[in-house]
Design a protein around this ligand. Structure first.
Ligand SMILES: Cc1cn([C@H]2C[C@H](O)[C@@H](COP(=O)(O)OP(=O)(O)O[C@H]3O[C@H](C)C(=O)[C@H](O)[C@H]3O)O2)c(=O)[nH]c1=O
Length: 187
């Protein structure tokens, strides 16, 4: 089977950077966004529970940092299919060697990259262009009661957002900082 993704590790334990390998022809190209066989070998376990799309109008907008608490913790494959973003994952697993470490990667329609984010990570991104379109594949269903998050401007994380942080939702503006987060993610 010809591999449809180049998969490489990142400095965070279990967080993977995928690069799609489109098949081009004179009409254009065809690319796979998800492959159960290839991604299972890379660590995806569980179903494809949901596939979501988000659209972000303006560059500078930040969404996140979000995660779902157990038993709805999820693996997330995050792909940018229009525009460009800086994608950020934060390791919230107290037993992890990279606990509280962050990793950022530029994902764009142009570079065909995606992040496969294990359970126990918070995730967010900043739009680097207008008109960003994201596709998320989730291994667990959305559970509002399990939704949690961290302030994307938390100085403890000191995420170097490339643009001034803008257009956050009221919910994201009100997310707690690690210093007052009264519960750690327990995988
Ligand atoms: C995630 C999700 C949300 N919703 C509802 C809840 C809200 O009424 C509305 C927008 O949700 P939210 O403001 O959480 O959307 P984002 O800020 O883009 O959050 C998403 O993007 C960040 C960066 C992520 O990592 C998560 O995948 C996801 O939380 O859709 C659903 O109905 N189903 C879902 O699976």
């Amino acid at each position: 089977m010809s591999k449809r993704f180049e998969i490489e590790a990142t400095p965070l334990d279990g967080l993977l950077l995928l690069k799609r390998r489109p098949i081009a022809d004179p009409r254009g190209s065809f690319a796979r966004l998800f492959c159960a066989e290839e991604l299972a070998a890379a660590g995806w376990h569980g179903p494809v529970a949901q596939i979501n799309e988000s659209r972000t109008r303006h560059r500078g907008t930040v969404r996140g940092l979000h995660y779902q608490k157990p038993p709805f913790a999820e693996i997330k494959l995050v792909s940018c299919v229009e525009g460009a973003i800086l994608d950020v994952a934060v390791d919230l697993r107290p037993q992890s060697p990279t606990y509280l470490k962050t990793h950022a990667a530029e994902l764009s329609a142009g570079n065909a990259c995606a992040l496969m984010i294990p359970e126990g990570f918070a995730h967010g991104f900043q739009a680097l262009t207008d008109d960003v379109r994201m596709i998320y594949v989730h291994s667990a269903p959305y559970a509002a009661e399990a939704e949690a998050g961290i302030d994307a401007t938390d100085p403890t994380l000191s995420i170097a957002w490339p643009l001034p942080v803008a257009n956050r939702s009221p919910r994201d503006e009100a997310l707690p900082r690690l210093s007052i987060l009264d519960e750690r993610f327990s995988a």
